[in-house]
Design a protein around this ligand. Structure first.
Ligand SMILES: *Cc1c(COP(=O)(O)O)cnc(C)c1O
Length: 353
């Protein structure tokens, strides 16, 4: 390999407010009452960088961390004791069970098959997920009486709420089934609530809550507005500024045509970075407290904005995407979860606002 000079600074950055992240965890931990709040750091810490997010949350006092895939273990393991990392997808093979044992991380067992596999591999302390009505991952309620479960040393016995962000009967139905789970399964700790579940009240808190979205600034339920603060801010540099004459067309398929002399700024962000085409003609960017609209279609690596009313903006300046999660979700049609986890690998992820 040839020796490369150091890489030039990125023209795309995701600023992470470390204080806000810690504050959100403390808020959710306090809202969890006598339960402790853990943290879902799957999907690369909801797109913000799992290693960094885990380090900051551990420093804030968080002890229990949840990932989905085995491949997500190494990033978190740099900052968290292995026994405090739970892998939600569970062991699908003897090799995966062996990985958990060797790495010292705890698998979440989701079926009697996974229970058998874990016990057959020599097992050890594990977690158990029971399905209380979402019909996603988890042991069926009908399997709760199985004698195999008595052989497990279960740290966290958990279930997951399907509709905690809504006021629907399903929440109470799941809470009722979870009471049956608790009566049937011996475990050190019980856990039910995600971010939205925390806001449903103390009946849902058990021993440990598992917030994800709200840690990263998402407003999972109206009760969290005003308490949860934004954490992530995507920013892109202006690569080029060009003058448009009336009648000139802008971007792929000429979705925008200038109707007067205009000034267009070309930003180093596109759908490959998670700034999807749904922002075409709808998105907004800001500089110094003033906002400008996206012109025409978002392309793979570039987005064009109208700088006509921002004559002071120069090539190389940084513009911030307007990315208030609840509002951006309403505008784009993407969920707050998607808005975060879509943010791609070309962002330089840095701490500081
Ligand atoms: C993703 C996930 C969470 C976190 O959910 P949020 O809605 O992001 O708070 C908690 N528990 C399980 C099992 C999950 O898969």
């Amino acid at each position: 390999m040839t020796d490369l000079p150091p890489l030039p600074a990125s023209s795309l950055r995701l600023r992470l407010d470390a204080e806000a992240l810690a504050a959100n965890w403390r808020t959710l931990d306090a809202m969890s009452g006598t339960a402790r709040a853990g943290a879902a750091v799957k999907a690369d810490g909801y797109g913000l960088g799992a290693a960094r997010v885990a380090a900051l949350l551990a420093k804030a006092g968080c002890q229990d961390f949840f990932v989905a895939h085995w491949s997500e273990v190494p990033d978190v393991l740099r900052h968290v004791p292995s026994s405090r990392i739970a892998v939600l997808h569970g062991p699908m093979s003897a090799q995966e069970a062996e990985f958990a044992i060797q790495a010292g991380v705890r698998p979440v067992l989701n079926s009697l098959d996974q229970v058998r596999r874990w016990l057959g591999s020599g097992g050890g302390t594990c977690h158990l997920m029971v399905d209380t009505g979402m019909n996603r991952l988890g042991l069926a309620m009908a399997d709760l009486g199985d004698a195999l479960l008595d052989k497990l040393d279960i740290d966290i016995c958990m279930s997951h709420l399907a509709s905690a962000d809504e006021d629907v009967n399903q929440n109470e139905e799941q809470l009722g089934r979870f009471a049956q789970v608790r009566a049937a399964v011996r475990a050190r700790r019980y856990s039910l609530a995600n971010s939205a579940g925390i806001a449903l009240g103390s009946a849902y808190h058990a021993d440990l809550t598992r917030p994800g979205l709200a840690l990263y600034g998402g407003i999972a339920r109206p009760e969290l507005a005003g308490r949860i603060v934004p954490v992530a801010q995507p920013e892109a540099a202006v690569l080029q500024i060009r003058a448009l004459e009336p009648g000139e067309k802008v971007g792929y398929n000429a979705l925008f045509t200038a109707d007067r002399p205009m000034r267009a700024g070309i930003l180093a962000i596109g759908y490959a970075d998670g700034y999807l085409r749904c922002w075409s003609g709808k998105g907004r960017f800001a500089l110094g407290g003033r906002e400008v609209p996206v012109l025409g279609r978002v392309s793979m690596d570039l987005t064009i904005v109208d700088l006509t009313e921002m004559p002071e903006c120069r090539e190389g300046d940084w513009l911030s995407a307007i990315y208030d999660l609840p509002q951006a979700s309403a505008t784009s049609g993407l969920s707050q979860y998607e808005l975060l986890t879509l943010l791609g690998r070309r962002f330089s992820r840095q701490i500081g606002f």
